[in-house]
Write a protein that binds this ligand. Structure first.
Ligand SMILES: Nc1ncnc2c1ncn2[C@@H]1O[C@H](COP(=O)(O)OP(=O)(O)OP(=O)(O)O)[C@@H](O)[C@H]1O
Length: 252
C-alpha cells in the first residue's frame, strides 16, 4: 500500500531524513520508533505533504504521493493524528470531529457555498458518520462539551475520532499514548486493535512508549539521526544491538 524509497529531507544544515526506505502492506500495523530528533514526525509530515522531500519517492496505492498537493491527501484516504492534539479548545467534541470530516468532504467551495442538494446529502452523511464514530469511541456523552477541560485520555479519543470520520485507509498516529497512564495505554491499545479490524484501516504509529509499540505492532522501523537503523518484528527489534545503542540505556 505504501512504498517509501530513499527519502531525504533537509532543513538548512540538518538532514532530518537520510535515504529512508520501507514499505507498509495493507492491513498492517507498523511502528516507527527512534530517539528524539530521529526524523519520525518529519516522515509523517512528508507523507501528508506538509514537508517537501529533497530526494526519494513515495508510492501510495501505486500513485506518486509526492505529486499530490497537501489538500489532496485526505481524499486519497490518508489521515493523521497529532503529537500535541490538533483540537480546537473552545469547540465542542462533536464540532471538532465534524471539522475533520468536512476537511475530507468531497464538495468544493462553490457547491458548498450554494448549498446544492449534493452538499446537503454529503453534510447529512458526514453528520451521521460523525455520530457513529462518537458512539464507537464512547464520546457521545461528551459530544456537546468543549474540548477544553476534558481529561487528556478523552481528548486522545476525540483526536482519533476526528481522524476516523471519512473512512481513511491509512492512519498515521503520532504518539497516540503519550501522556496516558498505564491503564489508559492498555485501554487505548485495545481500542486501536478493534478499530483497525472494524474500520479495515492500515496504521503507522510513532510512539516512544515501548511497551505499547512492541505489544501492538507487527513490524517496527527504527530511525536514528534520519537513517533507518533496523526493521523487523518486535522481538527482533528489542534484541537489535543498533537499536539498543541508539537508545543508550533506555529500556527497549
Ligand atoms: N520545520 C523544521 N525546521 C527545521 N528543522 C526541523 C523542522 N522539523 C524538524 N526539524 C529537525 O529535523 C530533525 C528531526 O525532527 P523530527 O521532529 O522529525 O524528529 P522526531 O523523531 O519526530 O523527534 P521526537 O521524537 O522528539 O518528536 C530534528 O533535528 C529537528 O530539529
Amino acid at each position: 500500500m505504501l512504498e517509501v524509497h530513499d527519502l531525504s529531507v533537509r532543513f538548512g544544515g540538518i538532514t532530518a531524513l537520510d535515504g529512508v526506505g520501507f514499505s507498509v502492506r495493507r492491513g498492517e500495523m507498523v511502528g516507527l520508533i527512534g530517539p528524539n530528533g530521529a526524523g519520525k514526525t518529519t516522515l509523517f509530515n512528508c507523507l501528508t505533504r506538509r514537508y517537501d522531500a529533497d530526494a526519494g519517492t513515495v508510492q501510495y496505492e501505486g500513485e506518486n504521493l509526492l505529486a499530490v498537493p497537501p489538500h489532496g491527501i485526505a481524499a486519497m484516504g490518508i489521515a493523521r493524528t497529532f503529537q500535541n492534539l490538533g483540537l480546537f479548545p473552545h469547540m465542542s467534541v462533536r464540532d471538532n470531529v465534524l471539522v475533520g470530516a468536512h476537511h475530507r468532504g468531497e464538495a468544493g467551495f462553490l457547491t458548498a457555498a450554494l448549498r446544492l442538494p449534493r452538499v446537503r446529502r454529503e453534510e447529512a452523511r458526514l453528520r451521521a458518520e460523525t455520530e457513529a464514530v462518537l458512539e464507537r469511541l464512547a464520546l457521545t456523552g461528551v459530544a456537546e462539551h468543549p474540548a477544553a477541560g476534558l481529561p487528556f485520555g478523552t481528548l486522545k479519543r476525540v483526536e482519533l475520532a476526528r481522524a476516523l470520520v471519512g473512512g481513511p485507509k491509512l492512519l498515521l498516529l503520532d504518539e497516540p499514548v503519550n501522556g496516558l497512564n498505564s491503564g489508559e495505554v492498555e485501554e487505548f491499545s485495545g481500542t486501536l486493535r478493534a478499530i483497525r479490524q472494524e474500520f479495515d484501516v492500515t496504521m503507522v504509529v510513532v510512539e516512544h512508549h515501548m511497551g505499547f509499540v512492541m505489544g501492538i505492532c507487527e513490524r517496527i522501523v527504527c530511525l536514528n539521526f534520519g537513517r533507518k537503523i533496523a526493521e523487523g518484528p518486535p522481538a527482533e527489534i528489542q534484541r537489535d544491538p543498533g537499536v539498543m545503542q541508539a537508545y543508550l540505556g533506555t529500556a527497549v
